[in-house]
Write a protein that binds this ligand. Sequence first.
Ligand code: DGL
Length: 258
Amino acid sequence: MIAFFDSGLGGLSVWKTYYQQVPEQSMLYFADQKYIPYGSKTKEELLDRAIKITDFLISKGATIIVVACNTATAAVIKLLREKYAIPFVGMEPAIKPAAMSSKTKTIGVLATEGTFSGELFQQTKEKFTKGVNVIIQPGYGMVELVEEGLMRTPKAKELLMPLVHPMLKENVDHIVLGCTHYPFLKEDIQEIVGKNVELIDPSPAVVKQIIRLMPELVLDKAAKYQFYTSSSDLKSFQNGVEKLIGQNTNVDYQSFDL
Ligand code: DGL
């Protein structure tokens, strides 16, 4: 049984990509909406949340867990791998492919402050971006836009403009979407930056890695998709999920405050 977790709805961008390739597999998704955002939490707080969620998902049958959150991956995935015997797949900051294919030798990265201050980002940046100018920008307010379902609205455009404009001035030709919520704003961002800037969503690479790590794929025509939230507002959670991935059959929603 595969399970995904994130602070909220962002990890659905990873599951959506996975589902396009492996639709007939039952899945557990945990959105830690009571404790969102993760971007401003300490490592200790994130570890506490990650352990509670992991224990819960394992108790529900998870045998592989995707930390579908860049912030949590950066802060705690090493510790989770040390503590538990099951495999964990995390988010990679996709700055390597962006840096490699950049012609202007300038790339932009949008992510949370937590991701930027983590070792994983610093190490990846040092290792793979020699000779490339990396413009970093915390995506203030972007997680909230997605949680509130405000994609493709004037409010989204207004919030995104000042975040991406400075990158354009620096002549970036790639922008990495370094938080799992951000791919849901891809169209809004693309509209602002134009066709000449490529937006990089790390999910396809992460999904490849999940498939590589799956001990065996148990496919089932009657696959069930179970969505949990730590928030008590189950109705908004369901609306939020449906807005991002559409309505599906064999879906169940439950609220669990861990
Ligand atoms: N979706 C998250 C990430 O990939 C976390 C966003 C947040 O809660 O701040 O970083």
